[in-house]
Design a protein. Structure first.
Length: 295
């Protein structure tokens, strides 16, 4: 009984410190935690078909509006492709903000957060599970938007380096969901401000990341956003690789440079999320902010 209480009391430190488990037991427990946290997001694809319809239809309508604007302005045909590609990546950014960054705050409001901290696993496994499930869920919706919009509006992609394009996409997801892990630990402590931060990181980021136009058109602001916002960096690199036949400059730095930026973002965000989560957890335990007082 004493060992069990010690395990629960020190769950945040990880199972290796809380109990005499082998490395295999620790690994299998964390992998099961990742699978268990990813499961509701993956299975939600078929459990609630109406959500899939709305999350595909609404981004498609927003993408279509910009397509018609560019056609009315007689813009180069590549601009239609820019909008379609940006509309597909919208699904990932919304998933990061509303189902990664805000998730722990919602779990605290529902009284579930204490169960996560009491369970004998590393808390990063919970965040990785959320990220894996979110990637699968958002990838299906992004692919659907890309396929429908690309077919309806006749987008012609010109890709010379498929391996590099795939690598940029994977690194973009890693950097995005790493940022989501960092924000999750911050939103956990900020409480109600998490909702306002989520609102602030939606539409303004759409603009500074060049979601519907080349970010290079923003000049210094665009170059700065490429350096700090994974969505802007990944989207800029993918546009350069997907429309290599464009007769005008598309991006800011070359895709190889942006690959290095995305790799650094991924590593820094994951390490930062681990450190920030441990720090915020200690402060939350000290201040008594891990649970809602009236529950």
């Amino acid at each position: 009984m004493a060992a069990t209480m010690d395990l629960v009391g020190r769950a945040g430190a990880g199972p290796r410190e809380a109990a005499a488990w082998s490395r295999r037991q620790v690994l299998m427990t964390n992998l099961r935690s990742i699978r268990g946290r990813a499961y509701p997001r993956v299975i939600g694809l078929v459990r609630e078909p109406s959500w899939v319809l709305f999350e595909i239809l609404l981004p498609f309508l927003g993408t279509s509006a910009f397509v018609f604007v560019y056609r009315a302005l007689d813009a180069p045909p590549q601009y239609v492709g820019f909008v379609v590609l940006g509309g597909a990546l919208t699904a990932f950014w919304l998933n990061v903000i509303w189902m990664m960054a805000n998730q722990l705050y919602w779990e605290k409001s529902q009284g579930n957060l204490e169960l996560y901290f009491a369970a004998p696993m590393h808390f990063m496994a919970i965040l990785f599970g959320m990220a894996v499930g979110g990637m699968v869920m958002s990838s299906t919706r992004a692919a659907t938007v890309l396929l429908i919009a690309g077919t309806v509006y006749g987008v012609a992609f010109s890709v010379d380096q498929w391996a590099l394009l795939l690598g940029v996409f994977v690194l973009t997801l890693g950097a995005l969901y790493g940022l989501g892990m960092v924000l999750a630990s911050l939103f956990l402590v900020w409480g109600r401000e998490a909702w306002h931060m989520g609102q602030m990181l939606t539409e303004p980021v759409y603009f500074v990341s060049g979601l519907n136009f080349p970010v290079a058109r923003l000049g210094f602001v665009g170059a700065l956003s490429v350096a700090v916002i994974p969505l802007a960096t990944g989207l800029d690199a993918m546009r350069q690789l997907a429309f290599s036949d464009a007769a005008f400059p598309i991006g800011t730095p070359p895709p190889v440079v942006e690959v290095a930026i995305l790799g650094a973002m991924t590593v820094i965000s994951i390490l930062g999320a681990r450190w920030m989560l441990a720090t915020m957890e200690r402060r939350a335990r000290r201040d008594g902010r891990l649970s809602v007082r009236w529950q």
